[in-house]
Design a protein. Sequence first.
Length: 172
Amino acid sequence: MRHLTTIISLFVVIALLGLMTISLHERGFITPINYKQYSLVTTQKEDKLVTLLLTMGAKKENVQKISNGIKLAEQVTGVKPKMTVAIICSESEFNKNARSKKGYKGLMQTPVKTDYEEVDILYGAMIFKEKLAIANGDVLKGLALYKGGDNPEAWKEARKTMALYNKIQYEG
């Protein structure tokens, strides 16, 4: 049953991405995806991301998938890699099997988790981007909404994540 739920979740995310891509393409916001641009060839920028992930506590065997997911999320949503790293670190401490008391799952503690870290990171980044839009670009408020809404605990967690992001931003 778990595998069926995962497969259905994956299809839902893929379908949503497909519909979003078609809609954005029809409106002239994006051009069709050129999959050759998603190369796994390592660049200096990617080396820095892998180093950052390892420094922050990501396990070596998961780093490449997490790095790929973060890069894909940036390309699709525009969410900066260091922000995504801060969210992942604060949500799950890079544990892809993390589960919250409220039932959120995975690296970015989303309602739906797949067996693909890259998809989960992209999904989490899409949720964060949506929350950021609701917050009219206010990053701290967007983080609070991502963390559970407009309540003291969510704001506390948002401030922690923002402090972590600032630390990464200025040290990395």
